[in-house]
Design a protein around this ligand. Sequence first.
Ligand SMILES: *Cc1c(COP(=O)(O)O)cnc(C)c1O
Length: 370
Amino acid sequence: MKIAALDLKKQIAPIRRELDAAIKEVIDNTSFILGAGVDKFERQVVAYSGAKYAIGVSNGTDAISLALLALGIKAGDGVICPAFTYYATAGAIAAIGARPVFADIGRDTYNISLENVEKILSRKNKLKIKAIIPVHLYGMCADMDGILKLARKYKIKVVEDTAQAFGAEYKGKKAGTLGDCGTVSFYPGKNIGAFGDAGLILTNNKGMAEKLKILRNQGNKNKYYHLVLGRNNRMDSIQAVVLDIKLKYLDEWNKGRQEVAQYYNRNLEGLNIKLPFVPSYTTHIYHQYTLRAFKSNKKIIDYLQEKGIDSRVFYPVPLHLQKCFKYLGYKTGDFPEAESAAKQAFTLPIYPELTGEEKDYIIQSLKEFK
Ligand SMILES: *Cc1c(COP(=O)(O)O)cnc(C)c1O
């Protein structure tokens, strides 16, 4: 049996007519960038998330860079982020000339370690740390109360990288609405994906929202009068109308993922692998269902791939050991939990459309693994 890591065809098929009609309307109206479609989607996101403002942008990476710029982060400033996340979290920091300062993760949550963050912040160093970017990795929130407390103590800003967790909740509030800004990615493979690149920034601060709208659009409020050095980071109308339709189904889809996760949890208990751990402060929307082999993930991934099951490792190389960040001066051993997660974590396919037969095949295959 062949089971893909994700099957977007199955997600799109039932809503295809709705999507086609909305895209056709954009083409008929020839309004392709920002405009009414993006305005409407932003309003829907405000209603959905409870954030006061939503600013549609070009992608999740630019969303992070823009949020940092709007918060006044400048070239040379230090910004803390986990050593174990997708490249873009740190790439977006470096893209504005700021310096990624890595922190280790917690062994059970895969999210940033408060102890390690406090250790970094309390050092009298020259890193000029001005902000922290917790990542809600795999679809589960980081310990936001702890992070916000540290941020107040050390007077730094908080940008929540919510690329993988849009729709997850921290103590009843939507991920991305707790820090100064929350950034979302609508990369096609995310739980809610566009038909191309798109992203969004959430904030409760009016001044911040106004700055972000100017920054995303070449630094102008009125065309050809440029107030600040902005960027071309606007959202396309076609992406906005697609996302507006998909947003209606997001909770249902996330619930479907949770049901698959519960089924896996029930049936994989007792095997020689560590199941996902979900702290009581957060819900988990299972962007990834991540298991952990006690030694190495290599054999088990190869085995699952041979069985036709598209298992992956997110992420095989922690950021402090990536070639592109060599200039930061980190070395092997600096973040043991990030390094160990990279060696041991592996995923199973997870999406609401997985059939009972597919799930049971995956479970049976894992049970037969030696
Ligand atoms: C996907 C992702 C991003 C980047 O989003 P893009 O829309 O692909 O630019 C940033 N951070 C994390 C954790 C992601 O998973």
